[in-house]
Structures are given as C-alpha cells and as structure tokens.
Write a protein that binds this ligand. Sequence first.
Ligand SMILES: N[C@@H](CCC(=O)N[C@@H](CS)C(=O)NCC(=O)O)C(=O)O
Length: 227
Amino acid sequence: MLKNAAITLHSIGVASLARAGNVGILLSDAHIPFQENNVPLAQWQATRKSLQATPVDTADNPASAIADLRNPYGGAPTLEIDGVCYAQTAPILRMLAREIGAYDGRDNHEKYVVDAVADIATDWRTSWVGAYWSKDPEFVQRYRERSRPRYIKAVQSYLRPRGGPYLLGDRMTYADILLYTLVYDETPAMCQLEADAPLLRLYEAVGARPKVAEYVANWKATHSANL
Ligand SMILES: N[C@@H](CCC(=O)N[C@@H](CS)C(=O)NCC(=O)O)C(=O)O
C-alpha cells in the first residue's frame, strides 16, 4: 500500500509541529517519501471542505462513493495515499505502523502499553490545543498547574521502569513520536523536566534520529512561509 504510492500529508500552517508533525516524523523516519500540503490557516476552511467531500462515484472506481475514503471530520492531519484519505492522528500512526511492521509493540501486552501511552498523549494534545487558543487565563493556569503535570507524571510512570530511552526500550514506537512532538511544541523548559527525566531522555533520543532531525529542520525552514 505504501510502496511507490503517491502520498500527501495535509497540514495547517501553525507555529507548532502539532498533530500533523507526528505523521511527517513517522513517514520520514521510515524513509517513506511524501509531499506535504501545508495550508495557511486562513485558507484551511476550503481545504477542509474538499477533504470532507465524498468523491463522485465513477465507473472505473465505484468504491469512491464510500465516505471513509475521504475525511468526514475534515481535520488535520489528513494523509492521502493514492487518493484515499486517512484521518485521526493516532489511527493514522497505527495504520502506518501495521503497514511498515514497526513502531508498535511486539506482543499484545506491549501493544496495550503503546496504545495506553498514545491515548494519554492524545488527551494531552487536545488539552494543550485548548490552552494554546484559550483567552481565559484561569483555564490556561489550570492547564499549566494541573493538567500538564498530570499527563507528564502519567507517561513517566510508564517510561521509568522500562529504562528508556523509548517507551519499549531501544525500539521507537508511534507513542514515542506523539510524546516527542508534545515536548517539542511545549518546549522541555515549559514541561519542567529534570535533567534525568525519562521524558527528556525520550525527547532527546527521538530528536537525535537523523531522519527526524532532518524533517524538523526542514519543517522549521519551510512552514514559516504559511504562518
Ligand atoms: N482527533 C483528530 C483532531 C484533528 C484536529 O482537530 N486537528 C486540528 C489541527 S491540530 C484541526 O484540523 N483544526 C482545524 C479544523 O478542525 O478544521 C486528530 O487527532 O487528528
């Protein structure tokens, strides 16, 4: 499905790696070529509408009328593979992990751990997005003082006993990528991570992977044009 496919990652031009960055990082780390359609925020509504639209059924592609070939919710990231849209960050990452045969646990218990940490990261991301755009200082303060420390404490409880640097030791999973982009967007300083914190070790290990470092450097260089 991924081999020789035409792959486009649709993302919104914001000053953060955000949700779409997770998909870009996994594809890059796996050496899978893709195009990025980074849409300026002001033009996103039109892109959203086109991603939501169910394509017209055609004689040579009758399956194109199926709604899940598009992105009914219409958010970013949307990953288009040979004209089929995949939506929702964690499910996209899981689908890619299954296709590639990496970035996940090897047995059912490991897969559960990866899913559980990914779920916390997903909640953390949603909470962070709310605080990022909020104009309510009390809400932002609650996020900083209660929500963020609670997410960090929870993920570090999974990381600490396994010895790091990644959640499953020396194998990077898609959950590690979700955590990396959060710490990147928040900054390690805002996360108040101690020098020996497991989450900081994970952040440094993911960021030091050559294809991840290359993706992030390129993202910094190119995405500012759409802000
Ligand atoms: N559950 C979805 C949420 C997607 C989402 O809300 N993405 C934001 C950007 S990070 C977005 O697209 N906002 C603009 C919109 O909803 O049109 C996911 O994890 O991918």
